[in-house]
Design a protein around this ligand. Structure first.
Ligand code: DAH
Length: 343
């Protein structure tokens, strides 16, 4: 028994002096002292050889020893956990981290940003305005006559509480607000959502997105309009794309033109997207009507300007071959995920 107590004392010192500098050493310690075939178990086994009247005393010594070993083990483990995070050899920093799922930019926002950045490089500023408009900014100021069919309730959403309010049908209303508050030279683009009273289908929706543009200064000509829009197309779709202008009519521009680009899907040979013409329309444009300038006190003898408007959905359709307008607003991640990584 005395011998055993001495032995325990020797182990105690050994335990106190034990140092571990790696997780393996800590594990060695555990196995040596606390394992099923370890020292603590072995000494417990000696209990049966201790005379009955000293069992209590020995039990005390043994229990103390066990507590010391366990406390030491906890300390070693703790120190080692710190070691592990500070020791680059133990952690493989080259392993990929846990993935954090992030959303993706909506394709319409991607394309809107691309359009905006192209025009910004040409010196256009961005202007925004309200989606709920009054008749003047949406129609009247833009030279639409009182009886113009666009004003019809079949085409435009009016606000019940106040029939002189409506959901803007184009961002020309923002052009109006810019002319109201700024003096030429004016060079702005107006991105934003617009609303029309349409039955929803693959080709029409009750809302869509536009980017309109307005440039007013002295000596602005149709040549400026053509070159600006041609530059835009080349930046957006590539240098090989051809453009053509077709005469058209808008109340707010005179002359007016619609611009087509050569079909990107079939390269101009003719397909379903271009209705076998080889061309697809992408925007409306024209020289700002003198009446519009005069509506805002801009001298139409001194200043001229051009304006244009395009649908972001249409540009996105051509760029990414999205063939159903409804996909843009259905929130289907299988569709949206395809734009991961596009910025
Ligand atoms: N506002 C027209 C539309 O929504 C697009 C447009 C055409 C805008 C010609 C213009 C323009 O500024 O000059 O269909």
């Amino acid at each position: 028994m005395e011998q055993l107590v001495h032995q325990i004392e020797a182990y105690r010192q050994e335990v106190a002096a034990f140092e571990a500098t790696s997780p393996d050493a800590v594990e060695e310690f555990r196995i040596k002292y606390l394992g099923t075939k370890g020292i603590v178990k072995a000494i417990m086994g000696e209990m049966r050889n201790v005379p009955n009247e000293r069992k209590k005393e020995f039990g005390q010594v043994l229990n103390d020893f066990k507590l010391v070993v366990e406390a030491k083990y906890e300390t070693l483990k703790e120190n080692n956990a710190n070691l592990q995070t500070s020791d680059s050899k133990l952690i493989d920093w080259s392993l990929p981290g846990d993935p954090v799922p992030v959303g993706t930019r909506h394709p319409l926002n991607i394309v809107r940003n691309q359009i905006v950045s192209i025009f910004k490089r040409l010196g256009f500023a961005v202007a925004e305005g309200p989606e709920i408009e009054d008749d003047w900014h949406n129609f009247g100021a833009m030279n639409l006559p009182e009886d113009h069919p666009a004003r019809d309730m079949q085409d435009t959403f009016y606000i019940n509480q106040n029939p002189s309010w409506l959901l803007r049908t184009h961002t020309s209303s923002v052009q109006a607000r810019v002319m109201e508050t700024q003096k030429p030279p004016i060079r702005v683009i107006c991105p934003g959502r617009v609303y029309r009273n349409e039955t929803i289908s693959a080709r029409a929706h009750c809302f869509f997105h536009q980017v309109e543009g307005l440039y007013i200064d002295e000596n602005v000509s149709f040549a400026d309009l053509k070159q600006t829009l041609y530059f835009f197309v080349q930046e957006m779709f590539g240098k090989d794309v051809k453009v053509r202008f077709r005469p058209s009519y808008f109340p707010f521009t005179e002359p007016s033109a619609e611009m087509d680009i050569s079909c990107l899907i079939c390269g101009g040979d003719g397909c379903n997207i271009c209705k076998h013409t080889g061309w697809v329309e992408i925007l409306g444009s024209g020289m700002v009507h003198p009446n519009v300038l005069e509506n805002f006190g801009i001298d139409s003898n001194k200043y001229t300007g051009f304006a244009f408007g395009m649908g972001v959905e249409r540009i996105t359709q051509l760029k990414y071959q999205v063939n159903d307008l409804r996909l843009y607003s259905q929130n289907d991640v299988r569709f949206l995920k395809q734009f991961t990584g596009v910025v």
